[in-house]
Design a protein around this ligand. Sequence first.
Ligand SMILES: Cc1ncc(COP(=O)(O)O)c(C=O)c1O
Length: 476
Amino acid sequence: MTHDPALLDLEPEDMRKLGYRMVDMVVDNWANMSDKPAAVDMEVADIRPRLREPLPQKGGSWETALEKARVDVFESMGQIAHPRFLAFVPGPSNPVAALADIMTSGYNTAASLWRETPGPVELELTTLEWVKELVGLQNHADGAFTSGGSVANMVGLAVGRDAKLGNDMTGAVIYCTDQTHSCVARGLRILGFAPDQLHAIGVDAEHSMDLEALKAAIAADRAKGLRPFCIVANAGTTNTGSVDDLNAIADLAAEQDLWVHVDGAYGGAGTLAEEGRRLMAGMERADSVVIDPHKWLFQPYEAGICFVREPGLMHHAFASNPEYLQDVAQGEDEVNFSERGIQLSRGLRAFKLWLSLKVFGAEAYRAAVERGCQIARDAEAMLRESGRFEIVTPAKLAVVTFRLTREGLDDEATNRMHRIVVDKLLKDGFAFVTSTELNGQTCLRFCTINPRITQADLAGTIERIVRFGDAANVNV
Ligand SMILES: Cc1ncc(COP(=O)(O)O)c(C=O)c1O
């Protein structure tokens, strides 16, 4: 530290030491991740007292503080980039992107107003072009990074609302399915829609939107004098990886003058693989599309993206011109990202993805996404071969769902057994697996987007599921 504490500064040599120590910690964790537990089993009483300390009035040693953080924070969590973190939608991340965040925060980089930070804004624009090329959205004009999928979905829906409804939301109706991610309903609520303005359409056997039911709902709502305006389509649901028929939805929307918003937060990057391109044909016709780089584009948190097809609509929905920003008003070719979303001050989330693509290249990215799909197919094959599982939904994109079978158990007892298995897996720590509900029954689910998952990881996880399930006392 310098002699004058009010400068809040470090001597360069101390700053270097702090940085090197942090890098060593990050690299050690990365290199040894597979040998560590994927999940932690903690109670509030185990961790809260360790972190509830009084506000430090005087500064202290960074060595001590960093060591405490390593143990009580960074080792006290499920490791989301761990190859056996198969729960929810993992964040496999990558080491280049992980370290890239040091640069953006070290330079305190903003990417908001072109006049203020032209290089970062241009880098974000370039990265958006690259993502469009990767996922096949070259016809989308505008885009912006966000904190993640929840906010990106809200941004797309806000643009759709502005374009189709202006300021009058009365009677407006949005369609989704019961498989649509819950952040869509929450986002719409924040945007001012009442819960009954979101109509959930039924799904077919593959958990994709039932288009006949959608057509019927639109007609019935129009007959009631309501104003259908938006279809939220899924490009990879969290539950099963299912994809709605995006071409058919685009045809219907064109006929009915509706906004199509595609939530590809998890699955959109699946278009880097052959299976995803086939399933998501028509995604490019959507008015707005969400992709989450912090899922299947291997970025650390946080990074989401919303793309909008028609130029200028994002700007129209978000532009504001206060007098204190008059000197940095958007010029002809200049982009102010503050006018494509909710944030004014915003960091350069694109840098980590830009650097990842520069270092690894698009070919490695395509291979990594292909591998995630292949691992799901391998997992399905292993589950089938064991003879102990019923496959609920086969591998789709990188999700497979399944039920362990045990002789003599009815459906209810089997549901209970699955919840016990999830709990035992958490306590064991080897792998992190979660359950979901499909067709009214509890099942387990692997999400295999991490290309670093090995066959041994899958085998060890499946062996534990069988062992814990067979030992479960389901007689409650
Ligand atoms: C399909 C889908 N949409 C939206 C989200 C929400 O994204 P985020 O967690 O980045 O806010 C998720 C998260 O898993 C998701 O899987």
